[in-house]
Ligand binder design. Structure first.
Ligand code: ADP
Ligand code: MG
Ligand code: ZN
Length: 467
């Protein structure tokens, strides 16, 4: 049996959430009525001229720096030509031989040590319009009766991040993408939501024998719209290529579409060669020459990166919890919540994560109190209380008092049972042994699985015992 090694490089599109589009002043929004955010520039009327969005340039620089790239002192825009209804100019303004950022590396922590993924480049471009295919299967063009075009998306700023073919497994691709997503979300430059298309990923995939030098022919998997589909699509393609090689065949370079409903890949269109795009410098835009001050200001806005935070938290809670907390955006809350580190991490990663509460809204000290009290609470009460922590005014003590049973109709039968079952203690309490009351309250708490309000139980017991 041959041993095969996957070789994977990702091309990731990050849609920037600037207020306006890349080259015009149309509002950059998602989910509005179709073709209501357009103008002569993004509709490519003759004679109109693009003007680059300064914020988009600043944010692309910020992302480039976070990926450890060099920022070009003089970057160029190029026209990339192709013919399709989503591109009314007949070309996309993109970057070619001199991208804004290049030559970086992304450190991906793993349980076994750091993996380094080279970053070839991060360049700025405009998004194409969105085509909607009607009548075919699964919204694809094949078999569609007709197609509609929504130009609201046309001209939205995109950063395309291209990795070196350094990724070695489907799972590593998924984790790389998740951590890159976390990075852009924290830089506050994109929503980076795969299901909305503001984060998109193509995977270049090939196989080689372990120990072989050089790479073999790759295929390109397009637009998988969830982290899971990225991993599943790559897995399916690796299996397909292995079967071809083991059957004595050759892999041909092509673009493929992964269909999650069948788990299979199918050809999309034959790969265009770079020459087909007839790249040439965009004559309507000046080169981008970011002043040193702009680059330094961008650098100053980058905080501690997610990978570094995983390493820091790993010592406290182990790798898996650390990675989960950071990728899920809950590590900053974790660091503020007092209490046993593993208990806090586990609650945040399990019950709390399931509630999709905005961690920024949570009062960490109160959440800490609640987590500390959880052993004394029934599961359902704890789950409900956790839900309530989404309110910044949540206070653990008063919440627990309020939800606790204080109702005499519910309490009395339990109290009566406890009194009847503990004759000796009742007698000694009546004889003046105050301390025994605590024991009786404890019995009531046990019978109600912690749901009773201890203060109310205490008072009601005294009443019943005639004290
Ligand atoms: P193309 O000219 O086809 O766009 P590039 O050299 O620009 O190819 O690389 C595009 C992407 O494909 C990059 O992410 C790169 O890391 C990846 N890649 C290149 N060669 C291979 C290969 N043999 N196997 C897997 N990925 C590859
Ligand atoms: Mg390419
Ligand atoms: Zn416009």
């Amino acid at each position: 049996m041959l041993e095969w090694e996957p070789v994977i490089g990702l091309e990731i599109h990050v849609q920037l959430k600037t207020r306006t589009k890349m080259f015009c002043r149309c509002e950059n929004v998602w989910g509005e009525e179709e073709n209501t955010r357009t103008c002569p520039i993004c509709l490519a009327h003759p004679g109109t001229l693009p003007v680059a969005n300064r914020t988009a340039i600043e944010w692309a620089i910020k992302l480039g720096l976070a990926l450890g790239c060099e920022i070009a002192p003089r970057a160029l825009f190029h026209r990339k030509h192709y013919f399709y209804p989503d591109l009314p100019k007949g070309y996309q303004i993109s970057q070619y031989d001199v991208p804004l950022a290049s030559g970086g590396r992304f450190v991906l922590p793993t349980a076994e040590g750091d993996r380094e993924i080279g970053i070839v480049r991060a360049h700025l471009e405009e998004d194409a319009a969105k085509t909607i295919h009607v009548g075919g299967s699964a919204g694809r063009i094949a078999g569609a009766e007709y197609s509609l075009v929504d130009f609201n998306r046309g001209g939205t700023p995109l950063v395309e991040v291209v990795s070196e073919p350094d990724v070695r497994s489907p799972d590593e691709a998924r984790r790389f993408l998740q951590l890159l997503r976390r990075t852009v979300v924290e830089l506050e430059i994109s929503d980076a939501e795969m299901e909305k298309g503001s984060l998109r990923c193509d995977a270049n995939v090939s196989l080689r024998e372990v120990g072989e030098s050089g790479f073999r022919t790759k295929t390109e998997l397009k637009n998988m719209n969830s982290f899971k589909f990225v991993a599943d699509g790559i897995t399916a393609e690796l299996e397909r290529q292995r079967d071809i090689y083991e059957g004595g065949g050759e892999v041909v370079q092509e673009t493929l579409h992964y269909d999650p409903s069948t788990g299979s890949v199918a050809p999309l269109r034959s790969k265009e060669y770079a020459d087909d795009y007839r790249y040439f410098p965009e004559p309507d835009l000046v080169p981008v020459e970011p002043p040193a001050g702009m680059v330094e200001a961008a650098r100053a806005e980058i905080g501690e990166l997610p990978g570094a935070r995983i390493r820091r938290l790993e010592a406290e809670v182990g790798f898996d919890l650390a990675e989960g907390l950071v990728s899920g955006g809950r590590d900053r809350l974790f660091e503020e919540v007092p209490g046993d580190r593993r208990a806090v991490a586990n609650v945040l990663m399990n019950q709390f994560a399931a509630l999709s509460i905005d961690p920024a809204q949570v009062n960490a000290a109160e959440l800490g109190k609640l987590i500390e009290a959880r052993e004394t609470l029934p599961r359902s009460t704890f789950a409900e209380a956790l839900m309530a922590t989404g309110d910044p005014d949540f206070r653990a003590d008063s919440y627990l008092v309020e939800v606790a049973i204080s109702d005499f109709d519910e309490l009395d039968p339990v109290l009566d049972r406890v009194i009847a079952a503990n004759e000796a203690q009742v007698t000694s309490f009546k004889a003046g042994k105050e301390g025994v009351l605590g024991y009786l309250v404890g019995q009531v708490m046990r019978e109600t699985q912690g749901k009773a309000n201890p203060k109310v139980v205490n008072e009601r017991l005294r009443e019943k015992l005639g004290a």
